[in-house]
Design a binder for this molecule. Structure first.
Ligand SMILES: Cc1cc2nc3c(=O)[nH]c(=O)nc-3n(C[C@H](O)[C@H](O)[C@H](O)COP(=O)(O)O)c2cc1C
Length: 312
């Protein structure tokens, strides 16, 4: 399976802790990298480009301390939203290139100029897609990896089963394929590889960790919610996304009678996502709020047990 050279031998598990708006910050990224899993955060989690640059410097500094004790952390990534309503894209890309961020995850637009800029310093670009048409465009733009965001994923999810989408993408894309959607344990990470993808992409599971920026009430709601509580709607963010029914009700809205919010506008998203909490259908498997280190150890044990059981 095609894992980029930069990732070979640096990962304890074939997994990425997915970037999440208002949830992923330096602590989450640093602890996942130390635990041997790729961590990532959206540049927009800092209010300004200067703040984004400061987070990158902090992550580099703290990870270089980790390297001095002999351990080599996993690479980390940032998420850039390539959408017309993101006025910071050019400036954030410049900072990303200056700092030579190892992995850039793009959503909402695969831009070949961006891919060239990241390749110029040896970085990699993975792009989020929810269907084959977007995957073909991303492949044409020269990305190094495609993230198949399947049914049940947190955030702006797709509707396709991974059993359908992964083989269709694999037919024409021979680089890294990442599978996203409702992955909560290590056996499922092993299943991702069995299905023909290379890396698992876990979002919701990492919201319920000590290092995530989510408020405690959000983490508590995740432990109570089940798959049936996840509402898939375009009404909240302007693009189809999954939210917890309980948080829609807590915000004073009726999940069965949502009024359209209009088109996606990255300038206004923080207001929405701060009050209404997104999660994927994997919530039903979340029962605790461990540290990232504890969670990664558990994921590894489950992953190895699943592989051993299969081999037997
Ligand atoms: C609260 C939340 C915020 C998210 N924000 C972003 C984001 O800013 N950019 C992005 O590319 N994906 C975002 N996502 C999607 C995740 O990167 C990932 O695709 C998804 O969480 C995986 O599905 P899972 O949550 O079922 O594990 C978000 C997901 C959640 C749950």
């Amino acid at each position: 399976m095609p894992l980029p050279d930069a990732f070979q031998a640096r990962l304890r598990l074939p997994a990425i802790a997915a970037p999440m708006f208002l949830v992923s910050g330096p602590d989450l990224v640093i602890e996942t990298a130390r635990a041997g899993i790729i961590g990532a955060f959206p540049a927009l989690n800092q209010r300004t480009s200067e703040g984004y640059a400061a987070w990158l410097d902090e992550i580099e500094d703290r990870l270089s301390v980790a390297s001095q004790d002999g351990s080599r952390p996993a690479p980390f990534g940032v998420n850039l939203i390539a959408h017309a309503t993101n006025p910071r894209l050019d400036q954030d890309l410049k900072i990303t290139v200056d700092r030579k961020v190892p992995l850039v995850i793009t959503s909402l637009g695969a831009v070949s100029d961006l891919v060239d800029a990241v390749h110029s310093y040896g970085g990699l670009v993975f792009h989020d897609v929810i269907n084959v048409r977007h995957a073909e465009k991303a492949a044409e733009a020269g990305v190094d990896g495609i993230i198949a965001v399947c049914a049940g994923a947190g955030g702006h999810a797709g509707t396709l089963s991974p059993f359908a989408l992964i083989p269709e993408i694999r037919r024409f894309f021979h680089k890294t394929i990442v599978l996203s959607g409702a992955i909560s344990n290590g056996a499922q990470i092993a299943a991702v590889q069995l299905m023909g993808a290379d890396l698992a992409y876990l979002g919701t599971r990492f919201i319920a960790t000590q290092e995530s920026l989510a408020p405690d009430a959000y983490k508590a709601m995740l432990m109570q919610a089940k798959a049936a509580d996840i509402v898939y709607t375009p009404s909240i963010s302007g693009v189809n996304a999954n939210f917890m029914r309980q948080s829609i009700v807590a915000a004073g809205l009726d999940p069965r009678n949502l009024v359209s919010h209009g088109k996606l506008d990255m300038g206004a998203e923080a207001k929405v996502w701060r009050d209404i909490w997104s999660a994927g259908q994997g919530v039903g498997s979340i029962e605790d709020v461990p540290s990232v280190a504890e969670l990664c150890t558990r994921l590894e044990q489950e992953y190895e047990a699943a592989r051993t059981a299969l081999a037997a």
